[in-house]
Design a protein around this ligand. Structure first.
Ligand SMILES: O=C(O)CCC(=O)C(=O)O
Length: 262
């Protein structure tokens, strides 16, 4: 239970305790947003030029489309600094009430017709420690039409029932009070790994790009290398589709996109 925390007002503390997610306004200034946009464009160019990082594609009506880039904090100097120091780890440290260590980092591009995500809790896919905090950093405005996140109100903690794919069951989904969280670049959304969330397809003709930066309490250890080593091994052994036919971009089978057609 979060009590008073430096950098968070009483209202934010009670919202965090009730819901497990929080929008932070005016967190990133315009020059930093320009740098972020530029950095995300560079990552996307790595995906098609055999550059560093781990990149995942999905099939959309316009062909194979970049869905996600991850594991870039050691390869992209500016982004590496942004994710490891400054406002984002500071927000996480405020909700954790202790310093945060980077666990993983990714960009979801959600280009036009890019797919959404079934309702899930990230805790199902995050290993080594029980509790993680993620921060969503919008690069483009996130709206209902382009597939913003939907969070539940009133479920700040605790594991919910899932099916064999790691998706929340229909009963759980129906029991939750869902709210679309539309945000603009400059805002952040911090969320607990037990906060249920989901999203829809991007139905616009513009990208909805978002960074997701995930941390654990630093005193528990640094698991990032181990996370990506395991993920590489799992993807290499299991291939790029789940038994369900879903495209494997996550450890959990919660992405609603289609595998790239041969
Ligand atoms: O970017 C989205 O629309 C949702 C992302 C998400 O839930 C995830 O990557 O686990």
């Amino acid at each position: 239970m979060l009590t008073s925390r430096e950098g968070l007002c009483d209202e934010e503390v009670s919202k965090w305790n009730r819901d497990g997610w929080l929008v932070v306004d005016d967190a990133i200034d315009d020059p930093t947003l320009d740098m972020l946009r530029h950095a995300v464009e560079e990552l996307a160019s790595w995906a098609t030029a055999d550059g560093p990082g781990l990149h995942h594609f999905e099939q959309t009506p316009s062909g194979p489309t970049l869905a996600r880039s991850e594991r870039f904090a050691d390869e992209h100097g500016w982004l590496g600094s942004f994710v490891r120091s400054g406002v984002v780890p500071d927000v996480v440290a405020a909700v954790l009430a202790e310093p945060a260590a980077l666990f993983k980092e990714k960009v979801n591009y959600k280009l036009p017709s890019g797919a959404g995500f079934a309702a899930h809790q990230d805790a199902a896919a995050y290993r080594f420690v029980d509790h993680h905090i993620s921060v969503m950093v919008p690069i483009d405005p996130a709206t209902v039409d382009n597939g913003c996140l939907w969070f539940a109100r009133g479920h700040g903690a605790g594991k919910l029932d899932t099916d064999e794919r790691g998706r929340l069951t229909d009963d759980v989904i129906a029991s939750l009070d869902w709210e679309p969280v539309e945000v603009e670049p400059g805002q952040l959304v911090a969320f607990d790994s037990y906060a249920p969330h989901r999203s829809e397809t991007n139905q616009t003709d513009m990208p909805r790009r978002t960074l997701y930066l995930t941390y654990n309490a630093a005193n528990l250890g640094d698991f990032r290398d181990q996370y990506y080593t395991d993920k590489d091994a799992e993807f290499a052994a299991a291939g790029s589709t789940f038994a369900s036919g879903g495209v494997r971009i996550s450890i959990s089978d919660d992405f609603l996109g289609r595998p790239v057609e041969p």
